[in-house]
Design a protein around this ligand. Structure first.
Ligand code: DGL
Length: 272
């Protein structure tokens, strides 16, 4: 039996882990942030795949039978290859889940107008993962997309609540909403973006729903474990969390508090 692994390029996945723990507190979790190589958002397919696979392998080696990629960029660029090509070779009984599918499974139930906007990193947008996945569940829904490359650096530098962030929050919201006046649902398709929620709401016209992924992914994981008792039986239930970073643990702990909303157990350094 082992913990659930939760991976992100950096800190963003903590916004997802927080909701997963709230929904499923009994399990043990290992969080791994590849902070030394973050952000992934502007990197190419091969790089993101290689980095993500290395981190997944690491979490498997630490005893996790199940890993959640709490990163849209990794889910968009690496998940399918890992599930289809790598897993059968490296750990056929283990599983890796992403954050895009759970989000796309429900977005069509929220929109009334049938037009949604996706805000994400360059990597996620260029992968077309959101339009492709949404079309499978809700073929009638029209998807508008926009890359918001300045939002992750704002958050990573703890500038998200300062005045300087207003310019880029307003700029990207204006841009996506200018694609269609019918957009009534905006998906924050990057696990860093919920930290900008206050400012996003401030600049959004009324009547537009903003979806953050944490709770959606947590519900979906709960459902997955119900449907897969064989995996559930392999998960340890000590209610413990441990944190690993490929960069400096002191910096990670300071930043993690911002993302998590409270201090997390002291992180440890991990060399890949
Ligand atoms: N948290 C990542 C995501 O959800 C983005 C951060 C990055 O660019 O590495 O896409």
């Amino acid at each position: 039996m082992g913990p659930i692994g939760v991976f992100d390029s950096g800190y963003g996945g903590l916004t997802v882990l927080k909701e997963i723990i709230a929904e499923l507190p009994a399990y043990d979790y290992i969080y791994l942030g590849d902070n030394a190589r973050a952000p992934y958002g502007n990197r190419g397919f091969d790089t993101i795949h290689a980095y993500t696979l290395q981190c997944v392998q690491q979490l498997f080696d630490m005893g996790c039978p199940l890993v959640v990629l709490a990163c849209n960029t990794a889910s968009a660029k690496a998940l399918r290859t890992i599930q289809q090509k790598d897993l059968p070779r490296i750990a056929p009984d283990n599983r890796v889940l992403g954050v895009i599918r759970p989000t796309t499974e429900m977005v069509g139930t929220i929109t009334q107008t049938g037009e949604v906007g996706i805000l994400a990193t360059n990597g996620t947008i260029s992968s077309e993962s959101y339009p492709i996945e949404i079309a499978k569940f809700f073929p009638h829904v029209k998807v508008h997309q926009l890359a918001c490359p300045m939002w992750v650096p704002l958050v990573e530098n703890n500038e998200h609540e300062n005045e300087g962030a207003d310019f880029f929050v307003k700029e990207y919201l204006d841009k996506i909403l200018s694609q269609s006046t019918n957009i009534d649902t905006l998906v924050l398709g990057c696990t860093h973006y919920p930290l900008l929620m206050k400012k996003i709401r401030q600049y959004l016209p009324g009547g537009v729903t903003v979806l953050a992924q944490g709770k959606i992914v947590a519900h979906s994981l709960k459902d997955y474990l119900k449907r897969h008792p064989e995996m559930e039986a392999r998960l340890s239930k000590g209610g413990q969390q441990s944190y690993f970073t490929t960069d400096d643990p002191a910096i990670f702990d300071r930043m993690a508090e911002i993302f998590f909303g409270r201090a997390v157990a002291a992180s440890k350094h991990l060399s890949l």
